[in-house]
Write a protein that binds this ligand. Structure first.
Ligand SMILES: C[S@@+](CC[C@H](N)C(=O)[O-])C[C@H]1O[C@@H](n2cnc3c(N)ncnc32)[C@H](O)[C@@H]1O
Length: 374
């Protein structure tokens, strides 16, 4: 089959992957606790297949580096894509639900210490329709705002594309931030360049962090760990080059196609060894990425690797459906960097509260002492 431009039509080499369970079956969850011997509860909105959620849980290895388990417990996760929910069940746990959050009764969603959510970014993306807050998807941040109003979590973490900051000269971002602040939260916007945290792909993401007004202090942005030495694409994918079967799940799954016309932002791109990969997108038609040394497109597993998913995080569908889940995700190692900052803050605020009580107690004791000695 040929396309209008004479190229062969896209077809996937392998329809479905082979897998033996998902991430959770190979890595039983390690239970870690905070200073109170407990875990911080988390509700995840727009959870997708669970990239950000895996970052909060930790307890995984990526490119031979361990990402420690963190004392967060995700009590419930919500998404309206059945593919996302089932992939979450396969790899993370059964606490994900297929719910249209635009019409959900938020009072029925559990309370939590932390709410996390990457509301849909298509309306803010530089490669989308750019309708911003006037688009139905652009308005979905109000679900997170309404959750915050209803349940008053200590902290919220909202993720989106950096283009949100530039649209209408920053007006949309200002509107969103001021809506969150009107719920009595202090906020900060962190723009993270993901290669600074070990990702082999040129990807920037915006995080809006909020802390409830009655809590002292604020989380510190995560310290870059790879800023002086970004990991190029070949460092992330070298061991997959010789694998053409499903020895590694999703490695034989990719679209077979010869190169289309050379193009700018939306055409074919051939990666280069020694450099970062192009940004992995949810829509494989948007940017077609070819391997840096082999004459083929990147496989589903290679895209998952570049998005920092551990190799036993299985994607159970056809090529395009899997690529959508992967491209939509927060890279778990970036999620882990953000989650570690939130964790440090929450731990400090637990002991901060104790310190305050102690110092208040000390003042009372000192005052008593003073009264006694008069
Ligand atoms: C950017 S993705 C989130 C990815 C996720 N944070 C991760 O790391 O994997 C946005 C998600 O919002 C979901 N979504 C879009 N509209 C929704 C709605 N009305 N209700 C629930 N989920 C929705 C999409 O299915 C998609 O999975």
């Amino acid at each position: 089959m040929r396309r209008k431009d004479g190229q062969r039509k896209r077809k996937s080499l392998r329809r479905l992957p082979e897998y033996n369970g998902g991430f959770k079956d190979h890595h039983p969850r390690e239970h870690v606790t905070n200073k109170n011997g407990d875990a911080f509860s988390v509700v995840s909105l727009f959870s997708g297949c669970g990239g950000l959620d895996l970052g909060f849980l930790g307890g995984f290895t990526y490119l031979n580096s361990p990402y420690e388990a963190l004392p967060f417990e995700i009590v419930a996760a919500y998404d309206n894509s059945q593919d996302a929910v089932e992939t979450y069940h396969l790899n993370i746990d059964k606490h994900a639900y297929n719910v249209d959050l635009a019409s959900a009764d938020l009072s029925e969603i559990p309370k939590a210490d932390v709410v996390i959510g990457g509301f849909p970014c298509q309306d803010f993306s530089s490669s989308g329709p750019k309708v911003g807050l006037s688009g139905a998807r652009g308005q979905l941040y109000t679900v997170i705002r309404d959750y915050i109003k209803t349940h008053r979590p200590r902290v919220f973490v909202v993720e989106n594309v950096p283009h949100l900051k530039r649209m209408r000269g920053g007006e949309y971002l200002e509107q969103i931030v001021s809506d969150f602040e009107d719920c009595d939260y202090r906020t900060a916007v962190w723009e993270l360049f993901c290669p600074d945290y070990g990702l082999s792909q040129s990807r920037r993401r915006l995080f809006i962090i909020g802390v409830r007004d009655d809590l002292k202090g604020f989380p510190q942005p995560p310290t870059p760990t790879f800023a002086s030495r970004h990991r190029p694409i070949d460092e992330a994918l070298a061991d997959l080059e010789a694998i053409q079967d499903e020895t590694v799940t999703n490695q034989s799954q990719y679209f077979v196609a010869s190169r289309a016309t050379a193009g700018g932002g939306q055409g074919d791109h051939t990666n280069e060894a020694g450099k970062l990969a192009y940004c992995i997108r949810a829509n494989a038609r948007g940017r077609i990425q070819f391997h840096y040394s082999l004459d083929r497109r990147l496989t589903v597993r290679e895209c998952a690797r570049l998005q920092a998913f551990p190799d036993d995080f299985a994607f159970p569908y056809t090529t395009q459906r899997n690529l959508t889940l992967i491209g939509n995700a927060v890279p778990p190692i970036v999620g882990h960097a953000v989650a570690s900052s939130i964790h440090r803050f929450l731990e400090a605020s637990l002991s901060g509260a104790l310190d305050d009580e102690e110092s208040e107690g000390a003042m009372i004791r000192a005052a008593r002492q003073l009264t006694l000695s008069i």
